[in-house]
Design a protein around this ligand. Sequence first.
Ligand SMILES: [Zn+2]
Length: 240
Amino acid sequence: MKKINTPFVLLFCILTSSALAQNSVEGKNILIVYGGWEGHLPEVFAKKIASWLEEQNANVTLSESTSSYTDTALMESMDLIIQHITMGQMKGKESEGLRKAIARGVGLAGCHGGLGDSFRNDTEYQYMVGGQFVKHPGGQIQYGVTISDTTDPITQGVNDFELKTEQYYMHIDPMIEILATTQFSGEHDPWIEGVAMPVIWKKKYGKGRVFYSALGHSEDVFEIPEVWTLMTRGIEWAVK
Ligand SMILES: [Zn+2]
């Protein structure tokens, strides 16, 4: 009988599980499409994410127009789309181009209104994302985020945290995999007291992976280590 070196086996397991836990964006082709309502600083967000991706040696393409979604050759060459367009509108063909790419296996990631409050009249788009912003009662308020799945590679090691920003109330697709929630106190709208609302989720759309974080109203929100960790890990998870 062979003697197994336990510490070595343990170390091997830890190394392989952490390697398997996260995809890497290194060498991946990532398209960042930004625009829409200026209050969410789409260009600031796009450049911040692009600079992090470039540090990870990803190939980043920036676009200020949803017309990129109709560029079949461009879309086919991508591993991930990151979108930051609050409200705004896109043409039917653009929406179709984006949805087809994601269904084929390209990832989709984004945050706050840039992914969860885009194209309010496009229900097919909302069907893909898995939730739609409807209100943030009280505006800028202090609230807690509770990690609901502590074993997921995106949330692993991240503790519950508090922040002051918009607390998104969203219409939610029951099929999303909820990674973190927030509870409404009822201070601003008493009838929603105690509602636990998803803040971070992931889901599939066809063969594509979709990641969403409701956090990202302003640049300072990304200075909160938990917010940045969840966002960047979500991007890594969603990449094809
Ligand atoms: Zn906002």
